[in-house]
Structures are given as C-alpha cells and as structure tokens.
Design a protein around this ligand. Structure first.
Ligand code: SF4
Length: 75
C-alpha cells in the first residue's frame, strides 16, 4: 500500500522543506493558482485515494520528497 503523511507534523515538515520554497507553489488565499500536486495532497486529507504518490513519497533515506520541486533559491 502506498504511504500518506502519518500526521500533521510530517505534513508541516514537508510543506516547510519543499512547497514553501518551491517556484510552483501558489497561495490560493492570495488568489494564486495552486500547485496541482500540493492541491491533491490537501484533498487527500479527506480522500487518501487522490494522494499524488508518483510525485510525493518517502525516499530510501526515510525523508519525504517531491519529484517536481523547483527551488526558488536556484539560479
Ligand atoms: S511541485 Fe511539489 S514541492 Fe512544489 S509546490 Fe508542488 S507539491 Fe510542493
């Protein structure tokens, strides 16, 4: 079975490490278009089946990652 975030702390850590620093992130509260992957993560809180397992998963090192992450700090 594919894994989802175990709890809010794990989710918060992922958002802080990736989405908050990603060029694809969109703040819906600011009228921006949301990242479709992050949008699915949020929807998965009510329906596990939509979780974007192909892009967001726990790697061999035990840390969650997103294959579509684009660092805002990259040149
Ligand atoms: S591409 Fe990945 S890291 Fe970037 S905002 Fe979307 S879910 Fe977050």
């Amino acid at each position: 079975m594919s894994e989802v975030f175990a709890n809010g702390a794990e989710y918060d850590y992922f958002i802080m490490k990736f989405c908050d620093r990603c060029q694809k992130y969109g703040d819906v509260f600011e009228g921006e278009k949301p990242c479709p992957i992050e949008d699915r993560i949020n929807t998965a809180m009510m329906n596990d089946r939509v979780f974007p397992h192909e892009q967001v998963f726990r790697g061999d090192n035990g840390e969650w990652t997103c294959t579509e992450f684009e660092n805002t700090e990259a040149e």
